[in-house]
Design a protein around this ligand. Structure first.
Ligand code: ZN
Ligand code: FE
Length: 230
């Protein structure tokens, strides 16, 4: 009994990150060891955060122009505020992984991973684009066309977060958990807008399984709140 060696504490090893070293993170090196391309992941997350942020902005305009359709406005508002919640959820993760957001919001918007969710008919800040908007605004926007823009934005978000889930599954539980929470809400958003496009454009019924959120922008997954589930 006297010659019993102290137990080896393998998780106490500082072989990869030396004691007191603040230039590296164990939380990042463990991902590299498991095969995550952390640099690529950070770039993808910045692009994805840019898409959430710009979508939040564009949904503000799209929602305003659903004037007269209180039901569509309410659902658009949930999607808008939940996309803001997605930006808020994923941004701290970028910094934890050693990345940061661009210092210039223009650079951030330009690298967003999804196309700008412009008002229908608008195609960027050009004189022609401005004229198109002026022309359309005289007659108002068609709700069906706005809903189609919203639908396609949700689809881009689903593709984005699915790819992040693929990159992190079984290797980076923290990013995976965040991405999968966001993905779940994006899948709901797509279903909502399919229901609304189907009705407004084609006058057919395509139920989404939508239940009203408890309050605008509740974000039950990405804010970790309870479901509306009576
Ligand atoms: Zn989103
Ligand atoms: Fe969304």
């Amino acid at each position: 009994m006297a010659d019993k060696k102290p137990a080896v504490k393998k998780h106490g090893s500082d072989a990869v990150v030396k004691r007191g070293d603040i230039s590296k993170r164990v939380g990042v090196e463990q991902l590299r060891i498991r095969g995550v391309d952390v640099d690529r992941l950070v770039e993808m997350l910045i692009d994805a955060a840019g898409a959430e942020f710009t979508t939040y902005y564009y949904y503000t305009l799209l929602r305003m122009n659903l004037a007269g359709h209180e039901d569509y406005k309410e659902i658009c508002e949930d999607a808008r505020l939940e996309d803001r919640a997605h930006f808020e959820l994923i941004t701290p993760r970028i910094y934890e992984l050693g990345g940061q957001l661009p210092a210039d919001i223009r650079a951030f918007a330009d690298r967003a991973g999804c196309p700008d969710a412009y008002l229908p008919g608008y195609s960027g800040v050009t004189q022609k684009g401005v004229e198109v908007v002026e022309q359309i605004q005289k007659g108002g926007y068609k709700a069906a066309e706005i809903l189609e823009v919203l639908l396609e934005a949700e689809r881009c978000a689903i593709r984005t977060w699915s790819e992040v889930c693929d990159m992190t599954f079984g290797k980076d539980p923290r990013t995976y958990d965040m991405a999968s929470r966001i993905l779940q809400e994006e899948i709901e958003h797509e279903a909502w807008f399919i229901e609304l496009v189907a009705w407004e454009r084609d006058h057919i019924s395509r139920p989404s399984g939508h239940f009203r959120r408890g309050e605008p922008g509740e974000a039950p997954y990405s804010k970790n709140r309870g479901f509306y589930n009576p």
